[in-house]
Design a protein around this ligand. Structure first.
Ligand code: FDP
Length: 443
C-alpha cells in the first residue's frame, strides 16, 4: 500500500514553504516529503484506495524474432502474460482495444469517402459535457464498447461519450432484440474497469488533423458485485468503482491516428510504441522502451488563453520564450490542439505540453479520469512528470467521471522548472484552488 495521501498533502504544502526536492521512483512518485500543519491530510474511501498496489511487472523477453513480422503487439502481450501470469486477462483486453483501434483507424481514414464527417444526427447531439458530438464520436464509442464487451474481461466502462459509468447493459442488448439482453459475457472474477475517450481531438477530425483514442485500465474493486447484479444500484456502485486515482492504473495508453497509426501503452514496465503495418494487419514494435528526454526545447499550449493563465505560468512561458529559463535556450512552440498528437510528440522529442487552468476554466479543459490520468501514467513511465501546476496528477482521486483538471506534462526538468514558478507564488487564490482539489480528491 502506497503512502499516496501524504504525498498528496505535501504537494500543496510546499505552497507555504520553500520548494522541496523531488525524487523519481517508479510508483509512487513523491513530489515532496514535507508536510505543513496548515494542510489537512485527506482521507480516501477504501474502494478508491483498494487498488493502489505495488506491482512488479516483468518485461517480456524475446528470444527469437520473426524477420518478416518483427515483434507484434499480439506476441508482446502473449509474452507479457507468460512472464506475469496474474496479468493473463489483460492479454484479451489489450487485444480487444487494439482491434477497436484498427477499426477506428479505418473509420477515420475513410470518413470523407463514407460520409462519416460532421455532426451526429445532423447537429444538436450534445454529450454530457455540453459538447456537440461528431458522427465519429458516436460510432467510435460503440466500436470500443463492443470490442471490450467481446473480451469478457471488462465489467464497467466510463467513456467521454457516456453520461455515467455503466456496467453497460446497452452493450449487451441483442441486436434487433427489442430491449432483450444477451447473457452477461463478463467472466466472473476477471473483470476490469476501463475508461476511455474513443476519439480525442474529434473537433479536428474533418480537417484531417491527427486524432486518437485514450484508454486506462483499472482492476475492479472488491465491492463490484452490486454493480453487476442489481440494475437499480448499478449507477452508484459503478461510479464508486470507477473513481480510482491514476496510481491504481494497471495499464494505459493511446492509439494515434495520423500519417501512420500507432499504439503506445504501458503496463507499468516502461512505455512501448507499435506501428500498424496494414500489410499484415498487425501493430509492430517500432519504439521500444520510449524514454522522454530529460529536457526539451518545445512548449505546447493554446496561447490564445495566455492572458487568462495563472501568473506563475505566464512568467514561466515568458522565460523559456526569451531564453531566460534555466537552460538559457529559447524554446520553440508547437500546438496541434489534439491531445494524443501533442502528447506523442512530447514523448518523443521532450519539452512540455499542457492545458493549464485559466481564469474562465479554473480546472483547465482535459478530463482527469480518461485523459489526464492515463497520459500521466505514460509520462511517468517514460521518465517524465505530469502535474496540475503543483500537484502530481496520478495522486488525485476523481470526484466525478467527467471532472476536469489542469494538465502540464513532459520532460522531467522542464516540468519541474515550471513548477518552481508555482512554488515561488503565494497567491492565496492559487493555493486555495490547489488545496480544494486535493481535499476534494479524497472525500
Ligand atoms: P477536442 O475538444 O477536439 O476533443 O480533449 C479535448 C481536446 O480536443 C484535446 O484533444 C485538445 O488538447 C484540446 O481539446 C484542445 O482544446 P483547444 O481547442 O481549446 O486548444
Amino acid at each position: 500500500m502506497r503512502a499516496v495521501l501524504l504525498a498528496v498533502a505535501a504537494t500543496c504544502a510546499s505552497a507555504f514553504m520553500a520548494p522541496s526536492p523531488v525524487s523519481l521512483s517508479r510508483r509512487p512518485l513523491r513530489l515532496s516529503q514535507s508536510r505543513s500543519a496548515a494542510v489537512r491530510v485527506p482521507r480516501a474511501s477504501p474502494v478508491m484506495m483498494a487498488n493502489i498496489k505495488e506491482r512488479t511487472v516483468r518485461a517480456p523477453v524475446f528470444d527469437e524474432v520473426c524477420e518478416q513480422t518483427g515483434i507484434t503487439l499480439t506476441r508482446y502481450m502473449m509474452e507479457v502474460s507468460r512472464a506475469n501470469p496474474e496479468l493473463r486477462d489483460l492479454e484479451s483486453l489489450i487485444s480487444g482495444i487494439q482491434q477497436a483501434c484498427k477499426t477506428i483507424s479505418s473509420l477515420v481514414d475513410r470518413a470523407t469517402i463514407t460520409g462519416m464527417v460532421g455532426y451526429a444526427n445532423g447537429g444538436g447531439s450534445i454529450n454530457v459535457q455540453g459538447e456537440e458530438q461528431k458522427k465519429l464520436d458516436v460510432v467510435t464509442n460503440d466500436v470500443l464498447k463492443r470490442a471490450l464487451r467481446f473480451t469478457g474481461k471488462v465489467g464497467i466502462i466510463a467513456s467521454e461519450e457516456e453520461d455515467v459509468p455503466v456496467f453497460n447493459k446497452d452493450a449487451y442488448k441483442v441486436p434487433g432484440g427489442e430491449g432483450k439482453y444477451q447473457d452477461v459475457t463478463v467472466d466472473i472474477g476477471s473483470k476490469y474497469v476501463t475508461v476511455f475517450d474513443p476519439l480525442d481531438g474529434s473537433s479536428n477530425v474533418d480537417a484531417n488533423i491527427p486524432t486518437g483514442t485514450i484508454f486506462g485500465v483499472y482492476e475492479e474493486a472488491e465491492s463490484m458485485e452490486n454493480c453487476m447484479v442489481n440494475d437499480d444500484s448499478v449507477e452508484g456502485s459503478c461510479l464508486l468503482n470507477t473513481l480510482q486515482p491514476g496510481d491504481a492504473l494497471v495499464a494505459s495508453g493511446y492509439c494515434l491516428y495520423s500519417s501512420s497509426c500507432m499504439f503506445v501503452f504501458t503496463i507499468g514496465a516502461g512505455v512501448n510504441g507499435f506501428t500498424y503495418d496494414r500489410s499484415i494487419g498487425e501493430f509492430v514494435l517500432t519504439h521500444p522502451n520510449i524514454q522522454l528526454p530529460k529536457r526539451g526545447k518545445i512548449y505546447s499550449m493554446n496561447e490564445a488563453n495566455r492572458w487568462d493563465w495563472d501568473k506563475p505560468l505566464q512568467d514561466y512561458v515568458t522565460a523559456i520564450q526569451t531564453g531566460q529559463g534555466q537552460t538559457k535556450a529559447k524554446y520553440s512552440s508547437r500546438y496541434i490542439g489534439s491531445m494524443v498528437g501533442d502528447v506523442h510528440r512530447t514523448l518523443l522529442y521532450g519539452g512540455i505540453f499542457g492545458y493549464p487552468a485559466d481564469k474562465k476554466n479554473k480546472d483547465g479543459k482535459l478530463r482527469l479520469l480518461y485523459e489526464a490520468a492515463p497520459m500521466s501514467f505514460l509520462m511517468e513511465q517514460a521518465g517524465g512528470l505530469s502535474l496540475t501546476g503543483k500537484t502530481r496528477i496520478m495522486d488525485l482521486v476523481p470526484q466525478k467521471v467527467h471532472q476536469r483538471v489542469p494538465f502540464l506534462a513532459g520532460s522531467y526538468d522542464d516540468v519541474m522548472e515550471m513548477r518552481s514558478y508555482y512554488d515561488a507564488c503565494d497567491d492565496p487564490e492559487i493555493i486555495k484552488r490547489c488545496l480544494a482539489r486535493l481535499e476534494g480528491s479524497a472525500k
